[in-house]
Design a protein around this ligand. Structure first.
Ligand code: ATP
Ligand code: TYD
Length: 240
């Protein structure tokens, strides 16, 4: 597979064309950022850990019949994916209250949500990703029809069910996570990444963070916790 021209470099990943039309090479860089890019660092091997966990999760979703952009893992820290027309939404599924919902609303951290709470933000860095509602998505921004929005939410809940079960099996509580969706032809599929950067994970036994919160709030050795998630989630996990 030839890594072609750079199409886009975001905060943590770079997308390249490949010699296969319609497929992209996504390089997970070692960059880590938080607070709208206000905090930035480079952590050696972080890209490899997130790429491998993402690849594992996308494979798992596909096995459960959930459509994703994933084609295969490529080399050390990259995935081959189908080139999607991205829908500029951040679809967040919350099983337990933490993070922004506890800052913005009177909901104590740790409150369990059943059914899960779905929050959708508009992916627009310049506007600091404002929260949307159904009417803004459908009527004001015309990003999706009502039915398509319902499909996105249903897919997000299916992803949640698969991920929650998988992670519970390795002693990890899935607190919340963010998905991005895109159009693969006329199908809506899960895109982007599902990794320790985009999920909030707590060790079930101790309640300690196993995700980017360790970086956001300087709670310890970020790479060590990313390695810990990889070790638990991937067979033969940590070594590579
Ligand atoms: P953020 O960190 O807020 O998600 P970013 O653009 O800085 O934004 P990166 O993860 O560095 O994030 O960049 C990856 C980019 O690639 C994102 O804009 C994402 O929407 C886009 N993307 C993810 N999967 C695909 C895909 N299959 N086809 C096309 N674009 C994709
Ligand atoms: P949220 O609590 O809204 O934000 P913060 O982590 O800043 O308090 O985040 C909910 C989940 O979504 C969390 O697992 C991180 C993930 N997420 C992203 O991956 N990217 C984003 O831009 C946002 C807002 C959240």
């Amino acid at each position: 597979m030839k890594q072609g021209e750079l199409v886009y470099a975001g905060k943590a990943k770079s997308l390249y064309r490949t010699d296969v039309p319609g497929q992209l090479y996504v390089h997970f860089r070692d960059d880590i950022t938080a607070f709208d890019g206000g905090k930035k660092d480079v952590l050696s091997r972080k890209g490899n850990l997130n790429a491998r966990v993402s690849a594992k999760i996308f494979s798992l979703l596909e096995e459960h019949g959930i459509p994703t952009h994933f084609v295969r893992m490529e080399g050390d820290a990259a995935m081959i994916v189908r080139d999607l027309r991205m829908i500029p939404l951040e679809v967040i599924v919350r099983n337990i209250a933490a993070g922004s919902i506890t800052r913005n609303y009177p909901v104590p951290e740790g409150t369990a949500f059943d059914p899960p709470v779905i929050v959708i933000d508009y992916k627009d860095d310049a506007r600091h990703d404002p929260m949307l509602n159904d009417d803004i998505i459908v009527t004001a921004l015309r990003l999706l029809s009502r039915d398509q929005l319902a499909e996105v939410k249903a897919l997000a809940l299916r992803v949640n069910a698969v991920l929650q079960r998988f992670l519970a099996g390795v002693g990890i509580t899935l607190v919340d996570f963010k998905l991005e969706f895109g159009w693969d032809g006329d199908r809506i599929v899960v895109g982007d990444e599902i990794s320790m950067d985009s999920m909030r994970l707590w060790d079930t036994a101790t309640g300690t963070s196993l995700d980017k919160d360790v970086y956001r709030f300087g709670k310890g050795d970020v790479l060590a916790v990313y390695r810990e998630v990889a070790a638990r989630a991937l067979p033969g996990g940590e070594q590579k």
